[in-house]
Design a protein around this ligand. Structure first.
Ligand SMILES: Cc1cc2nc3c(=O)[nH]c(=O)nc-3n(C[C@H](O)[C@H](O)[C@H](O)COP(=O)(O)OP(=O)(O)OC[C@H]3O[C@@H](n4cnc5c(N)ncnc54)[C@H](O)[C@@H]3O)c2cc1C
Length: 338
């Protein structure tokens, strides 16, 4: 495991900010966790990083960082119509999706090209193009750093919500995800085509009877055309969640802005498109110092290089208060601020 003292986290976060931690330790095997537990490692502050694509480093961290590199894939069950596959938490998410698509295991194709690792997918219940990972998760295996035991959590145990699960809440920060099991279809795939530009992209490619690989390719093409590649321009994807508001708040905003973009949830709540709010407020393409708002996607805050994490958090707060002032709606951060 060889911990590195006072390590830089620059290459472990997709914003590309430099911050230090007291120790950086890479785990590659579940027994590493048992050894760390036996040494009393978890009695001191620690955090876990997978691909670092959903964190904003605003300061040095005086605790240890665990790089989760638990690899592997194995089959749990193989039925005529579906399969249950487990993947190690350190496996790259997009490669995992591509592996499933290649084997014609359906269910994850709409989540193609999301950066990061398998182990982080349940943390904020990743979602894109009409699919949330909770719809495919059977169980999540975790290491409980308080008891030193491995525990298997059911889908219900994880209490998934919109970009939410128990793992995001302070009382469950003692859990480290070690692997995730997905239920995937082998036949009669449930294709999700009615979200975003999937239909348009398929039509552009002349595809009328799409296979799951076609959907994956369409999602990849759309995402490449709209989202900045973190390898080229530092970012963490959508910085804000789409706010879920009550009817009174929504009606008040709609009276002022009749063209407001929203998705009905039920009779009492509406989900408003955060990107529309930010763009309408005039922030798209905004630049300040070393950071800004992406020119094609107002939900994405970007780092042009040589900046500090605080610049992003201060820009995010400026946007937050402007949106509140203009629309009476509070934007919540999707990215974890460290
Ligand atoms: C260009 C771009 C596009 C994106 N698009 C989407 C999108 O469409 N949909 C979406 O939902 N997200 C999207 N994201 C956000 C991000 O990719 C996901 O949230 C992803 O799951 C984060 O994975 P990660 O391994 O990088 O997590 P990290 O950033 O390393 O960690 C995120 C959080 O999870 C915790 N964590 C990580 N691994 C573990 C573990 N094994 N056990 C316990 N806790 C852990 C960390 O401590 C941290 O709190 C995008 C990001 C980028 C940069």
């Amino acid at each position: 495991m060889n911990p590195i003292k006072n390590a830089s986290l620059k290459k472990y976060n997709t914003f590309g900010f430099d911050a230090q931690c007291s120790h950086l330790i890479e785990i590659t095997n579940e027994t590493d966790l048992l050894e760390l537990y036996a040494e009393g490692f978890f009695e001191n502050p620690f955090r876990v990083i997978g691909g670092g694509s959903n964190i904003l480093l605003t300061r040095n961290y005086s605790g240890a960082i665990i790089l989760n590199r638990l690899m592997g894939q194995w089959m749990e069950t193989d039925e005529q119509d579906h399969i249950e596959m487990s993947f190690g938490a350190g496996e790259n998410w997009h490669q995992t999706v591509q592996h499933c698509v290649k084997h014609n295991w359906g269910g994850l194709e709409n989540l193609s090209l999301i950066p990061g690792c398998v182990g982080a997918s349940p943390i904020q219940n990743i979602g894109a193009y009409g699919v949330e990972v909770k719809d495919r998760i059977v169980t999540v295996r975790v290491f409980d750093t308080t008891s030193g035991e491995f525990v298997i959590l059911s889908n219900e145990d994880c209490r998934f919500g919109y970009r939410d699960s128990i793992f995001k809440h302070p009382e469950y920060k003692n859990l480290i995800v070690t692997s995730v099991t997905f239920r995937l279809t082998k036949i009669n795939h449930e294709l999700k085509l009615n979200y975003g530009d999937i239909q348009t992209e398929l039509a552009k490619q002349g595809i009328t009877e799409p296979k799951i690989s076609d959907i994956s390719n369409a999602v990849i093409a759309i995402r490449r055309s709209k989202l900045p590649d973190p390898a080229v321009l530092g970012n963490s994807g959508s910085f804000f969640k789409n706010p879920v508001v009550d009817m009174d708040t929504f009606k008040a905003a709609q009276a002022k802005y009749p063209e407001i973009k929203f998705f009905p949830i039920d009779e009492t709540q509406v989900k408003v498109a955060a990107g529309w709010l930010i763009e309408t407020a005039g922030w798209k393409g905004f630049k300040k110092g070393h950071v800004g708002v992406h020119e094609k996607q107002a939900l994405v805050l970007v780092h042009f290089g040589n900046g500090k994490g605080e610049e992003i958090s201060s820009l995010a707060r400026e946007i937050q208060s402007d949106i509140h002032e203009k629309f009476g709606i509070v934007l919540e951060f999707e990215v974890n601020i460290w």
